[in-house]
Write a protein that binds this ligand. Sequence first.
Ligand SMILES: Nc1nc2c(ncn2[C@@H]2O[C@H](COP(=O)(O)OP(=O)(O)OP(=O)(O)O)[C@@H](O)[C@H]2O)c(=O)[nH]1
Ligand SMILES: [Mg+2]
Length: 448
Amino acid sequence: MARGPDAPIVANATPWGRGAVAVVRLSGASLRPLLLQFCRPKGGFPPPRRARLTAFFDEDGLIDEGLLTFFPGPHSYTGEDVAELGCHGNPLIVERLLRAAQAAGARLAEPGEFTRRAVASGRLDLTRAEAVLQAIEASTPEGLAIAQAGLSGAVAALAEGLRAGLIDVCAELEARLDYPGEGLGFTEDAAVITRLGALAEEARQAAEGFKAGRAAVEGADVALIGPVNAGKSSLFNALGGSVRALVSPEPGTTRDVVERRVSLEGVMIRLLDTAGLRDDPGPIEAEGLALGQALAGDADLLLVVIPAHTPALAAEALARSKGRPRLLIGNHADRPGAVTQLDGEALLMTNARTGEGLDALKAAIPRALRGELPAGARVMIASARQRDLLYAVSSSAAAARDALAMGLGPAVAAEELYEGLSSLDQLTGRDTREDALDRLFQRFCVGK
Ligand SMILES: Nc1nc2c(ncn2[C@@H]2O[C@H](COP(=O)(O)OP(=O)(O)OP(=O)(O)O)[C@@H](O)[C@H]2O)c(=O)[nH]1
Ligand SMILES: [Mg+2]
């Protein structure tokens, strides 16, 4: 079977399961003869991009009757010939179709391979390829809007704008290097320094939006932790709006990790209730504790529930959550002697029994997940890869600015800017290193 970069590949493009229709997709250099081995379109091969009623066959006979649509390269998703076979949505049919395509010479696609080919052929830049993944993953309308902006080139345009700015300054610096004696006619240092500062700030602000973007696209995991009887399960029930976890005055009520989905201000949250911490847990409780700690270890935000009337009991939970994104909640706010701060840090006061303080908590959670955004900032990115590269661009521009300000000369500043340009190249995939591509595309589903 052909294994070259444009060898024919095939995959199921729709979710496995039963439905009105399923779509099997193929891509490759010249698909027509391959398709005609197992597709019999009624009235001849369909014209480009027009669906035609087609019988699909294998050696056992008719597989199904469906629609064949042919997208000749280079004006297709991948830039190669692409075919979509629409059939009835039954996994038995889809499997037979996949086997027939393989018998005709296609191989099963790797995850993300269709989109990877689109990048390789220049049909998509990397920021748009990431937006494809986000458009599939988005769990809120805000997330979908970010993905769609990325698809229509918002991140690519940001990168192009930064690139144009950096190249402009580079040209200016190179001119000084070429004609060192001629001070006249060149932009004053101060103006270049201001320009570089603005570029550094633009890249930094775009990077800062990552937390908010990721929360909107992927949602977030939030775990309740704290000592036994702090009121974790009571808050879990109150945040979710109905009783899902057992609540009792007996310490060690929760053993398993209980989870539910809660949407707070447009952020889709997987809320986890965990077993309470205490010194002498029984063997089953200890296992529950270990499980809870493992899951809480991966959470995006920890809600540390402190019994405000006996805050000393929360020492372990506080130590465990130190340095992690967390909110300190003072529950049992109604109890005599309830403290409202701990180590100088104000507690978010709640009474899980009456619901007091709950609205403030519901507002604080999405705020913590989104992070602080500069006023009026537009969130554009939801990819950690893009965030890291934008920070790199920002620090290159800032380093070039500082080099000029300290009088280190245009050569040093220009060197920094070339670094920044190389980060931008990685952002859009102009300079596409294989390992970065591998990491990106393995997150895709097969068939995309
Ligand atoms: N007075 C008062 N009682 C509360 C408050 N929150 C919870 N309780 C009570 O405290 C007891 C323990 O509550 P849970 O929600 O089961 O506590 P937990 O942290 O989940 O405990 P474990 O599962 O054992 O770790 C129950 O009797 C609750 O009704 C509160 O804010 N004020
Ligand atoms: Mg509990």
